[in-house]
Every structure is written in structure tokens, then in C-alpha cells.
Design a protein around this ligand. Structure first.
Ligand code: TXA
Ligand code: MG
Length: 321
């Protein structure tokens, strides 16, 4: 793939690539983000391919303003106050997704919460307005590398792996957004960043809590977080009696089933994964089956992230979870 070098004069081209499901790295006030249409599961799956990420981390959804953000999530009073004070700007709010939201499940890595942010950078804002879609974007670097604050940094690890980079020079903040979530006990600081915690605390009139150790700082890491009700059996050759089948590839089995990708395409399988887990679980329940047998998924490319997530879904649940 040839990565196109675009400038703010090519904004409409960048917006069109995003609307068509492509990947565009774009500047925000914090760092360059690697953007894709947050409602398009395949486009979001392609972010994980480009970044070579071994896991499906949930992604921040970038929107134009508070009104658009309220389409996708519920805003408790404290969240509204923070959004009104700090948006547009380097603040990400972690909120309960609205039921039936258009945001693809893979964007949230199957979680109930969605991370939303309204960036302040004029080029990011113009791009979001021109594209007219919510844009999922992690930092635009290969997995395990440093977040990019210039277009050259993006190209250093992603050249040839993404459709375009929109070059608007250096990012003014250079530090990722501050992430705040909302628990029944009050707001929680999940990641320090571009908006100082003190500024947020001054506005709220009280201190931000620290996230519970191990639970929220790395939500994707909780082993059983995505466990369906039925038990998963991985790397299966075929379903046993009493099992539903989560297939991959053109396999024929005589059981209630959902297929991640009949053609054996890992990007399609990744895009379908979270919805497929829900569907197969519902199907198993409906058919009174006790388990779900899962076809083996190759441990290459996105297959690693798919297997990682399936292993978490299959892990024994801690008591009470
Ligand atoms: O400044 C920023 O926030 C930049 C620019 C591009 O906006 N983005 C960024 O994205 O830093 P990323 O993917 O490198 O970091 C996002 C963090 C991750 O730690 C992820 O786990 C967390 O946000 N996150 C995103 N969605 C979440 C969700 N639904 N639940 C919990 N954590 C979430
Ligand atoms: Mg990052």
C-alpha cells in the first residue's frame, strides 16, 4: 500500500478516505491519531492490522462537539460539566454507551463504555466536520513504539501500512489526553494527560479518585471480562453434542452456529468478533446448549488478537464476576 502524503489543503480527500473505510493519520493537539470510521467494524479492525497490535484495546472515538457525543453515550452531570469546561481539548471521557449505538463493538473492544473526545486542533476539527462520521483513533504508531507528534514520526513506523497521513506540523501539546471515568462514588482519573488533574479537580470542587488497581487502568487485560454465559472450548475440530459452533472458514458442521468469516479472512473475523460472541451466546442460550466450541484461528496477523480475546472469554470467571 502506498501511503499518501496529504496537507490541510487536501482535507476533502482525507475525509473521503475515512468515509470509504480507509485509514488516515491526522494531527490532534496531543499526538497524531490513526483514524478510521468508528461505525465501520472492518475499518476499525484495519487499525489493529496497521499497528500490528496483539490485542484489541478499546479506542477513543473523536467527535465534533458535545451534541454529537451525546448521540453515543449517557452524560452524568459531572461529565457534562467537564465537557462544557474542557472540550474541545485534550480530555477523554469514559461513559456508558447508549444502547444500540452506531459505534462498532470492536471500537470499544466489546466493553459497555465508550471513550469520547472532542479534539481542539483546527485540522482535526475540520477533518471531523468534513468526514461527518465519528472517528476512532489510537495514537498513530506501531504497537510498542512512541506516540508520534509529527507526520515524520507516523511515517517512521506506519509508511506503507495506512492510506494517508495528513501533515500539519508538530502537535502543540505532545502528551496524550487526560482520561476521566465516572463511577457511582465519583469521577476517576484513568490516565493523566494534556489537561492537568488539578484543573479538573478545581472545576469539580473535589479530588479525582485513582482507578482500582488492575481493574480499570487496563480494562482489556481482565481475563474473564468478555466471558459469555456459555462455556467456550477453544481450538475445537468440531462441536460435541450440546455445543454451539463458532466457526472460522468454510467448515460445515451440523450444529447451531455463527461464522467469524466463512472465507477465512482474519480482518473480517476481527471485525465480527464481538458481535459474533454475543450472537453465539444468545443462540446457545436459546437452544439450551451448555457450551460453545470455537474453531481454531491461525496465530498470525490479527489472529493473535482474536485468540487473545477468545482466551479471555474462555477464562474461568472469578467468583461474583
Ligand atoms: O490524546 C489522545 O488521547 C490520543 C489522540 C490520538 O486522541 N489517543 C490515544 O489513544 O492516546 P490510545 O489508543 O493510544 O490510548 C487510549 C487509551 C487506552 O489506554 C485505552 O485502553 C483507553 O484509552 N480506552 C479507550 N476506550 C476505552 C474504553 N471504552 N474503556 C476503557 N478504556 C478505554
Ligand atoms: Mg498509544
Amino acid at each position: 500500500m502506498q501511503t499518501r502524503r496529504l496537507t490541510p489543503a487536501d482535507l476533502e480527500t482525507a475525509a473521503q478516505i475515512l468515509r470509504q473505510g480507509g485509514l488516515v493519520a491526522f494531527p490532534t493537539e496531543t499526538v497524531y491519531g490513526l483514524g478510521a470510521d468508528a461505525t465501520n467494524a472492518r475499518a476499525v479492525a484495519a487499525i489493529f492490522v496497521a499497528k500490528d497490535r496483539p490485542r484489541f484495546n478499546p479506542l477513543i472515538v473523536h467527535v465534533q462537539d458535545l451534541d454529537q457525543a451525546r448521540h453515543y453515550a449517557e452524560f452524568p452531570a459531572a461529565a457534562l460539566a467537564l465537557a462544557r469546561a474542557f472540550w474541545p481539548g485534550p480530555l477523554t471521557l469514559l461513559l456508558e454507551a447508549r444502547p444500540g449505538t452506531a459505534i462498532a463493538p470492536i471500537t470499544r473492544a466489546g466493553l459497555d463504555r465508550i471513550a469520547l473526545r472532542v479534539p481542539r486542533h483546527p485540522v482535526a476539527r475540520a477533518l471531523l466536520a468534513a468526514a461527518g462520521i465519528p472517528v476512532a483513533a489510537p495514537s498513530a504508531n506501531r504497537s510498542g513504539r512512541i506516540s508520534p507528534t509529527r507526520a515524520e514520526h507516523v511515517l517512521a513506523t506506519l509508511d506503507g501500512r495506512i492510506d494517508a497521513v495528513l501533515d500539519a506540523g508538530a502537535c502543540p501539546v505532545g502528551l496524550e489526553s487526560t482520561i476521566v471515568g465516572f463511577e457511582p462514588d465519583g469521577p476517576v482519573l484513568h490516565r493523566p494527560g494534556g489537561i492537568p488533574a488539578e484543573a479538573i479537580e478545581a472545576l469539580l470542587g473535589h479530588r479525582l479518585a485513582a482507578p482500582d488497581a488492575g481493574t480499570v487502568a487496563a480494562p482489556g487485560q481482565i481475563a474473564s471480562h468478555y466471558a459469555p454465559a456459555a462455556r467456550l472450548r477453544l481450538d475445537a475440530d468440531a462441536p460435541l453434542p450440546g455445543e454451539a459452533w463458532l466457526g472460522f472458514g468454510p467448515d460445515f458442521v451440523d450444529a447451531p452456529q455463527v461464522n467469524l468469516s466463512a472465507s477465512g479472512d482474519l480482518v473480517e473475523a476481527a471485525a465480527n468478533l464481538f458481535a459474533a460472541l454475543h450472537d453465539i451466546d444468545r443462540l446457545a442460550l436459546h437452544e439450551s446448549l451448555h457450551g460453545i466450541a470455537v474453531a481454531s484461528i491461525p496465530q498470525t496477523g490479527l489472529g493473535r488478537a482474536i485468540n487473545d480475546r477468545l482466551q479471555r472469554a474462555a477464562a474461568p470467571r472469578p467468583p461474583g464476576a
